[in-house]
Design a binder for this molecule. Structure first.
Ligand code: SAM
Length: 225
């Protein structure tokens, strides 16, 4: 399906032009430097994951509603979270919170295999269909409670949680490979900080990064519904 040529206030630009401008004005100018990540953000057609009524805003510098009371993060937050993973091409990745599937596609561009889990079945089904249509055969969408990870597919080299947890979910740390990295927003329901957990043997090293605001991680190791 072609969703081309819409106007976001900068004249009529093609999605490719908007994407290129987003990379320069929202990502590179704010310090995102990884060439592979910038290329992926400049390649994945965000407009394909966005509802028709928000198409004019697909590359806006803010989150967008995606149904089921959820949101897709602004492009900069997606890039900053993915950058914190320090992905390598051979990595197996778990994403918790598929939402639209947009971030999973970015991960699919940069890693060997991506498992992404979403608690809302309708969002998962839609994301699965879009990812299949765009040819992301290395991205697998699962329905379930990702706060406890996906033990049947563990270990993962990298885990990205795209929803706010009250504390670092222990199951996710257990499912990290040695040398692996977990990126998760931790805090209360209204404000959080991105935490990066590195697993080194039996130890974990946690560093705190930027403040952020995500929808809640709802589940056994998250918040109550
Ligand atoms: N990464 C997504 C994208 O690219 O569109 C956006 C993620 S959105 C900010 C957070 C998502 O996490 C929501 O779709 C929400 O339903 C999901 N979520 C919340 N708790 C979850 C859980 N325990 N397991 C799986 N998904 C969960």
């Amino acid at each position: 399906m072609l969703k081309a040529y819409f106007n976001d206030g900068h004249g009529t630009e093609t999605p490719e032009q908007q994407r290129a401008r987003m990379v320069e004005e929202q990502l590179r100018s704010r310090g995102i430097r990884d060439p592979g990540l910038l290329a992926a953000m400049g390649k994945v057609p965000r407009e394909e994951f966005i509802a028709n009524e928000d198409l004019g805003d697909a590359y806006g510098d803010h989150p967008l509603p995606i149904g089921a009371g959820q949101t897709v993060s602004q492009p900069y937050i997606v890039a900053a979270m993915v950058a914190a993973l320090e992905l390598r091409p051979a990595d197996r990745v778990l994403e918790v919170g598929t939402g639209t599937g947009y971030e999973a596609a970015i991960l699919g561009e940069l890693a060997a295999e991506v498992w992404t889990i979403e608690r809302h079945e309708e969002l998962a089904m839609k994301a699965r269909a879009i990812l299949a249509r765009l040819g992301y055969a290395n991205v697998h969408v699962v329905v379930g409670d990702g706060s406890v990870g996906l033990p049947q597919r563990a270990p993962f080299d990298k885990i990205l949680v795209a929803a706010a947890a009250p504390k670092i979910p222990e199951s996710l740390v257990v499912q990290l490979a040695d040398g692996g990295r977990l990126v998760v927003p931790v805090g209360n329901r209204f404000e959080q900080q991105v935490q990066v957990v590195r697993k080194v043997g039996a130890k974990t090293v946690v560093t705190a990064q930027d403040p952020c605001r995500f929808v809640p991680l709802v589940g056994e190791e998250g918040w109550e519904p």
